[in-house]
Design a protein around this ligand. Structure first.
Ligand SMILES: [Mn+2]
Length: 410
């Protein structure tokens, strides 16, 4: 069976929402032309509670592809019966606090995809069986516990795939909460992961381990300059290849301003941006990182980020990454860490969770409410600060049975 592995579509990503939808479509079109089935290991949506128009755009897209003829079929009826062999799980961006519906489950309820969250989904083609054990994205500190609870095992007589959406320590060595790769269960013929927005090809327990990266640019980090696309994996030859899709070009320019005049730096940036744009099909996204200290007496006015971006707006989408004044940057070491890419491919959400856990540890947090659940409540999108805090307090109070009982009885 030929499987297209497409990940992190981020439909609804506000900054480049047209790109997200268009590039998701291109990936699905190429997959339909060349594969028997599709696997999507998370982050179909950019948000766990997308606006109705975002849900509608994804519904239309998946309705179209689920209505097409596919050469493989789901072996069991989904909810209420997916016809198309498009097997999915929710990722970090769709993750919600408790066992409540997420936007990926809506696509499954509509019958457009097969949701393999914490269960096995099976695909069939000409007597060949491909079994996919999916694990819905969870906060990193809980992944080990979920794995041992679910205890995924390969199914005899099938080609077995483990599909999940997590950070792994070997790929992102930032936190001890990230699972080590060798802790993943053995015996699967292929391991498929989402979450990381750049491509990863590795071997695990003697099998291939693949992360296709996102189909849309989201972070403007150095590693995102390679083209976007997806994998095609052939289960009979056990080989894979990467398929590029037509995607908006992203280039990072590093400009050393040391001892130069602001005007000189600005002209150099403009030249580079125009050069890149002239070889692009569509307007490229260009991030400029200026380092160093300008020549004494040179006026910064020429290097105002907004002004440069505005002047080049018909040529490229330009973002100036760092503050021009090097001394200014030094004042805020934490912000500088974030800017200088210490985070690499770690998501802001994961980083926020890290800081949160570290602070809880320092304060000696011992309550029974899982820190990750508390974090989800506090990090709710679209919720006001006061509302998030009052919900978090309500959650914390729920961990004291005697207190809440006495409150109810009064
Ligand atoms: Mn993602």
């Amino acid at each position: 069976m030929r499987l297209a592995i497409i990940s992190d579509l981020h439909i609804g990503y506000e900054r480049f929402s047209d790109d997200a939808l268009l590039q998701a479509r291109r990936a699905l079109e190429a997959a339909h032309a060349d594969a028997d089935a599709v696997l999507i290991p998370g982050d179909i949506f950019d948000n766990r509670t997308p606006k109705p128009e975002v849900i509608a755009s994804a519904m239309r897209l998946f309705r179209e592809f689920s209505g097409m003829e596919w050469t493989a079929k789901p072996a069991e009826a989904g909810e209420p019966g997916a016809r198309a062999p498009i097997v999915v799980i929710p990722g970090t961006h769709e993750r919600r606090a408790q066992d409540i519906e997420n936007p990926v489950s809506l696509l499954s309820i509509a019958g457009f995809v097969v949701d393999a969250s914490n269960r096995r989904a099976t695909l069939e083609k000409d007597g060949e069986k491909v079994s996919i054990f999916g694990i819905a994205g969870v906060s990193e500190e809980r992944f080990g516990e979920i794995l041992s609870k679910l205890n995924p095992e390969p199914e005899p007589g099938a080609f077995n795939i483990l599909m999940f959406h997590q950070s792994l320590y070997e790929l992102l060595p930032f936190s001890d909460t990230f699972l080590r790769m060798d802790m993943l269960p053995k015996g699967f013929d292929l391991y498929v992961c989402g979450h990381i927005h750049g491509r990863v090809e590795k071997k695990l327990h003697g099998s291939d381990f693949l992360i296709p990266g996102s189909t849309v640019l989201t972070q403007l980090k150095e590693g995102e300059q390679e083209g976007k696309g997806f994998y095609i994996y052939d289960t009979s030859s056990r080989t894979f290849s990467f398929r590029y899709i037509d995607s908006r070009k992203f280039v990072l320019i590093k400009e050393d301003a040391s001892n130069r005049s602001a005007l000189d730096v600005r002209h150099a940036i403009e030249e580079k941006v125009k050069g890149i744009a002239s070889s692009s099909n569509s307007k490229p996204i260009i991030r400029v990182e200026i380092t160093g200290k300008l020549r004494e007496g040179s006026v910064n006015l020429e290097l105002q980020p907004k002004r440069i971006a505005e002047e080049l707006k018909d040529t490229a989408i330009v973002e100036i990454g760092s503050k021009i004044d090097a001394e200014e940057i030094g004042k805020d070491a934490e912000a500088q860490e974030l800017r200088s890419g210490k985070l690499k491919d770690m998501s802001i959400k994961d980083y926020g969770m890290e800081l949160f856990l570290e602070n809880l540890r320092k304060k000696g947090y011992t309550l029974s409410i899982k820190p990750s659940d508390l974090f989800e409540v506090l990090a709710q999108e679209g919720s006001s600060r006061d509302k998030a805090i009052s919900e978090a307090i309500a959650l914390l109070y729920s961990s004291f049975p005697s207190a809440s009982e006495s409150m109810e009885s009064s």
